[in-house]
Structure formats: structure tokens, C-alpha cells
Design a protein. Structure first.
Lengths: 247, 223
């Protein structure tokens, strides 16, 4: 890529970023253009990934080499497109059922192993490892943490346990479980916020980068043009409103 | 015809589901490597075609919008423009983003168009997430206070200002804010996450069994 293309790219990136951010002021045509471009570009990206990672190396090339077994998944995949034709839409069931069957068969041992057994073991194991002399702070801390996790997990499970009415001790345990859940949700929320903000810093950093003389002040010029558009749009829409009210 | 429309797909889901389930417990090379590897490749191929279904559906709906000149039909054109802006460079550069140290046309389109749009779209959510937080963090109960406190500790723990304030106010405790964040993430949050994961695991296993045995068949649609 020549330097000119990189500068043009900088203008594109600065423009699209500012168009997206313009929605924070209000909905406008520039945001809508960027939004629809994103949708199309996202689809285009996934299409090329499918083309160069799946269709060519995993379907086309094997068929050309005489490995005809890949025709089976290709046909099952193509059967999904039958959804567009009401008369033969039932054909798409073969593709769906194959994926559902495989997913279901794979999910049972996987979730039972990683999400169930491993979690139960991970909770119980540290408790059994507690032992020896408690002559260090870290030994006491580990023991406390192990019991705290165990206690918290039992309380959370009580909250999700609907086979008995939540009253008495069950209600108390489930209430404590809610506090654990709130702590977790709060922590996840905090992490998500910070993740989004790090993306935001990245965008600001890019805008700053494209505001340099090397990029012919792309960020400033586009931002200024958008501000001028909003000012003009504000007055013209106001004028239009007055004319409509007068009618 | 009913056999091909309804029964055969159910037989297929049962056989594929049971064989896949059994393959996990059969410690033979044929089941662990050959079967699962082949099936993974097959599912990847089917998923790629499933994407095609979504793509055609999207194109179809925007084509109709343009054809009927519905409200905002002009924007629909940009869906196709965005698509072509990725596909043409991809074909030209044969799916490669880099040619040695230089960007290919696909790499250019990815960096300056797709990546820019995706990152900005998600970063805009930062503003909405904060405004949502402002509304949802109204401390009306003790539980809401715990939610707020955990979120604030996590947020403050990730910025230098938080460390600075902590060391000024609570530095005497000998514990840093990073320690507290780590404790929240590794102890109470783990307890709650495990509870949720165990619940999800049981639910997923039950639903999977229902799918294999044909009790749950909503995914097949109507006749």
C-alpha cells in the first residue's frame, strides 16, 4: 500500500469514527450511513473468512482432489438455503438437525465435565487441602477463601433451587445468595465498562493520530464539517417547523 | 412424505447426537480423532453455509427496501457498498491481509473500514453503559448497594486515580485496591459464577437430551 492509500485510509477511519460518534448528539444521516456500512462490511468480512477458510480449502479443494465425502456436509449446508423456498423449506431440516444433534451430543459431556464436575471439584478440593499448621496469614486466608466460596456457592444454588418454597432457612440462604450474585454482576459490569472505555481510548487515540499534518488534519476537518452540518440543519429544521405551524 | 419431512430428520438428530455423545466416552482413536475431527470440519462447513443463509436474508430484505423505496431506502445501498468494499479487496488479495510487511488491499479495508467501524460501534456503548449505570445504580436496597460497590471497586481498581485515592484514604490497611479487586474476582465472584455455571450445565444437558430424543423440536419449524 502506498503512502497515499494510507492517508486516504486515515481520512476514511477518521470520518467513519466521527460519523459513529455523531449519534451521541442525535440521530443523523451520517451515522446511518456508517451504521449500514458497518453491517455490510461485517458481512463482507465474514463472507471472505468463509470463502478463504472454509469453502475453498475445505470444500472446493478436496472435491478437486477427488475426496468426495465433503459433498455430504456441503449438501447439508446448502439444504439450509431451502428456507427461502416455502415449498421445499422442510429440506433445510436436515442441515439444522445434523448441527443440533452434533451440538447436543457434544454439549452433554462437555458441560457436565467443565461446567458441572470441574466447578464442584474446584469448590470442594481446596477445602480438603486445608490442613497442617495455621501459622501463616496466607494459610488462614486460603482456608477462609475456600470456605467462603463453598458457602457462597451453596447460597447461590439455594437461590436457583425452586423445588422447595423459599421460606425459613432456605429464604435466608437464598437472600445471601443474591448478595453473592450482586457482587458478581457488579464485578462483571465494572469489567465491561472498563473494556468499553479502553475501546473508546483507542478510538480517541486514532482520532488524535489522524489529526496530524501527515494526514492533512483529517479529524479536525471532518469534525468541523459535521459541526457546520448540524448548525445548518438546526436552523433549517427550525425554519421548516415554523412554516409547518404557520400552515 | 411425512417420513422425509419429519421422521427422518428426527432419526438423524438421534443418531448423530447419540454417536457424538458415545464418542466422548470411547477412548479409541477412531472416535476421539477421526470421528470428532471429521464432524468438526463438517459442522464448520455447514456453519459457513448457514452464514450464507443469513447473508441472503439480509440482502433480500434490503433489496426489498430499495425496490419499494421504503423510508431510508438510500441507506440500504450502503449495506451493499460496505459488502463490496470488503469482498473486492479480499478477492484481489486472495484473503491475505499482509504481503510481507505491507498491507494488502484487504488489510487496508479491514484496518481502515471494518475495524474502525466495529471498534467505534462498541466504544459508543461506553456512553450508554454509563447512562444506564446512572439509572440502574440508584441505591434503593442493600442488594443494589452491593452491586454498585462491586462495580465501583472494579472500575476504580482499573484506573490510576483509584489507586491514588485508595492509598490516601485506606492506605493504612496495608491492602492495595488491586488486592481487593483480585479478591472480589477470585472469591465471591467465583462462588456466584460457579452457581450460575452449574445451573447452566444442568439446563444445557437436559435440553440436549430433549433434543436428541426428539422431545424438543421447535428448531424444526412448522410443517
Amino acid at each position: 500500500m502506498s503512502e497515499t492509500w494510507i492517508i486516504i485510509g486515515g481520512w476514511f477511519a477518521a470520518g467513519l469514527t466521527i460519523f459513529m460518534f455523531s449519534f451521541l448528539y442525535k440521530d443523523n444521516p451520517f451515522f446511518k450511513i456508517a451504521e449500514h456500512l458497518y453491517l455490510g462490511a461485517g458481512m463482507g468480512w465474514l463472507f471472505q473468512v468463509s470463502l478463504y477458510d472454509v469453502w475453498i480449502p475445505q470444500v472446493w479443494d478436496p472435491i478437486m482432489q477427488g475426496k468426495l465425502l465433503v459433498i455430504v456436509p456441503a449438501l447439508l449446508g446448502l439444504s439450509l438455503v431451502a428456507q427461502f423456498f416455502p415449498k421445499i423449506s422442510w429440506v433445510s431440516r436436515y442441515g439444522f438437525t445434523f448441527v443440533m444433534g452434533y451440538g447436543a451430543g457434544l454439549a452433554i459431556p462437555a458441560v457436565l465435565s467443565t461446567d458441572f464436575m470441574s466447578q464442584v471439584a474446584g469448590t470442594i478440593e481446596p477445602i480438603f487441602k486445608i490442613g497442617g499448621t495455621f501459622n501463616t496469614v496466607s494459610a488462614w486466608t486460603s482456608a477462609f477463601n475456600a470456605f467462603f466460596i463453598f458457602f457462597g456457592l451453596i447460597c447461590v444454588l439455594f437461590y436457583f433451587f425452586f423445588s422447595v418454597e423459599h421460606k425459613g432457612m432456605v429464604k435466608k440462604a437464598s437472600t445471601v445468595g443474591i448478595y453473592f450474585l450482586m457482587l458478581y454482576f457488579g464485578a462483571v459490569f465494572g469489567n465491561t465498562v472498563m473494556g468499553r472505555f479502553s475501546l473508546l481510548y483507542g478510538r480517541f487515540d486514532d482520532l488524535y493520530f489522524y489529526s496530524s499534518s501527515k494526514y492533512f488534519y483529517a479529524s479536525q476537518i471532518i469534525a468541523l464539517a459535521l459541526v457546520i452540518y448540524f448548525i445548518i440543519e438546526h436552523f433549517t429544521s427550525k425554519k421548516r417547523k415554523i412554516q409547518q405551524e404557520a400552515k | 412424505m411425512k417420513f422425509f419431512k419429519r421422521n427422518l430428520p428426527l432419526v438423524l438428530v438421534f443418531i448423530v447426537g447419540m454417536v457424538t455423545l458415545a464418542s466422548y466416552y470411547v477412548p479409541h482413536r477412531a472416535s476421539q480423532e477421526v470421528y470428532l475431527d471429521t464432524m468438526n470440519k463438517w459442522v464448520n462447513i455447514i456453519a459457513a453455509f448457514a452464514f450464507l443463509l443469513g447473508l441472503l436474508s439480509l440482502f433480500y430484505s434490503h433489496y426489498h427496501k430499495i425496490k419499494k423505496k421504503a423510508d431510508g431506502w438510500g441507506y440500504s445501498l450502503f449495506v451493499y457498498i460496505g459488502f463490496l468494499a470488503m469482498i473486492i479487496p479480499a478477492i484481489v488479495s486472495e484473503g491475505q491481509q499482509l504481503d510481507g510487511p505491507n498491507l494488502t488491499s484487504l488489510g487496508w479495508a479491514f484496518r481502515f473500514i471494518y475495524n474502525t467501524l466495529a471498534a467505534t460501534m462498541f466504544s459508543v456503548l461506553a456512553f450508554y453503559i454509563v447512562s444506564t449505570a446512572f439509572r440502574s445504580f440508584r441505591i434503593k436496597s442493600m442488594q443494589a448497594f452491593v452491586l454498585f460497590l462491586a462495580a465501583m471497586v472494579l472500575i476504580m481498581g482499573r484506573v490510576p486515580l483509584g489507586d491514588l485515592l485508595w492509598s490516601k484514604i485506606l492506605g493504612w490497611t496495608g491492602m492495595s485496591l488491586a488486592d481487593l479487586v483480585e479478591w472480589i474476582m477470585h472469591v465471591p465472584a467465583v462462588a456466584a459464577r460457579r452457581g450460575i455455571m452449574i445451573g447452566i450445565a444442568i439446563g444445557a444437558a437436559v435440553i440436549s437430551l430433549k433434543i436428541i430424543f426428539g422431545i424438543e423440536r421447535q428448531y424444526m419449524g412448522k410443517d
